[in-house]
Design a protein around this ligand. Structure first.
Ligand SMILES: C[S@@+](CC[C@H](N)C(=O)[O-])C[C@H]1O[C@@H](n2cnc3c(N)ncnc32)[C@H](O)[C@@H]1O
Length: 218
């Protein structure tokens, strides 16, 4: 495995702040397909508290709020979180926002969430070691039997192997570093969980090719 390009990775925080600032509705206002599927699944098991990792500008956050979940939205971009807070104010909705870089331990108590949801955060500029540590943190903050539903761009995506090689299956394209998920990485991240659902889907114009994985804490 090629060593990760730490310098390129370090620039991603400022990149995301500026992208989310320049594009107020970067991914639109409608919820993603993955949020629709995850909220249905979380509802079936009676989940109430949901931790969302990499919430961006909140297109999915507000879907969970409208469905009656108690949502904590986490992102390292204060620009993204500012959009969520201002929209929550306009709606009179309650969303707990936490500014946090997921490369550090999650700022949450053990066994405190029924479910964790994350659309396209795991495939950001996170090394394999950081992803393993992050998933262990997700497991820690989930209640026993809690669910995690995450999506990530995968190695069948058109941008995989294109642009600048940042090491560790990460490639930079147009300023965005993406970690493309292989089947082996998905297996590795399932340690301590049971995979209960897994499917490929596409999103956007490219289109992005993504894997959706839902797991239960064992
Ligand atoms: C591809 S966007 C997806 C946003 C949102 N989930 C959506 O689908 O609309 C990825 C998000 O992850 C955030 N992010 C990237 N790296 C992060 C990190 N190390 N810690 C916390 N958030 C991060 C970015 O700021 C951005 O909001």
């Amino acid at each position: 495995m090629t060593e990760p390009d730490r310098q390129a990775i370090a620039g991603q925080h400022d990149h995301w702040d500026s992208i989310l600032s320049d594009n107020p509705d970067m991914y639109g206002l409608d919820p993603s397909e993955s949020a629709l599927a995850a909220s249905a699944r979380f509802g079936e098991v009676g989940a109430v508290t949901v931790l969302e990792l990499g919430a961006g500008q909140g297109r999915d956050t507000f879907h969970f709020v409208r469905r009656g979940f108690d949502v904590t939205a986490l992102d390292f971009s204060h620009r993204g979180l500012a959009s969520i807070e201002s929209r929550a104010d306009q709606m009179g909705a309650v969303v707990r926002c936490r500014r946090h870089d997921v490369r550090s331990p999650l700022p949450c108590a053990d066994d405190s969430f029924d479910a964790c949801y994350s659309h396209m955060l795991f495939c950001m500029a996170l090394t394999t070691d950081e992803l393993v540590a992050l998933m262990a943190e997700v497991r820690r903050v989930l209640k026993p039997g809690g669910l995690v539903a995450y999506t990530a761009r995968n190695t069948s995506d058109a941008h995989y192997g294109e642009g600048i090689d940042c090491g560790d299956d990460m490639w930079e394209h147009g300023g965005f570093i993406v970690h493309f998920f292989s089947p082996e990485l998905i297996e590795r991240l399932s340690d301590g969980f049971e995979i209960i659902d897994r499917f490929e889907f596409t999103e956007g114009g490219l289109p992005r090719r993504l894997i959706s994985v839902t797991m239960r804490k064992t």
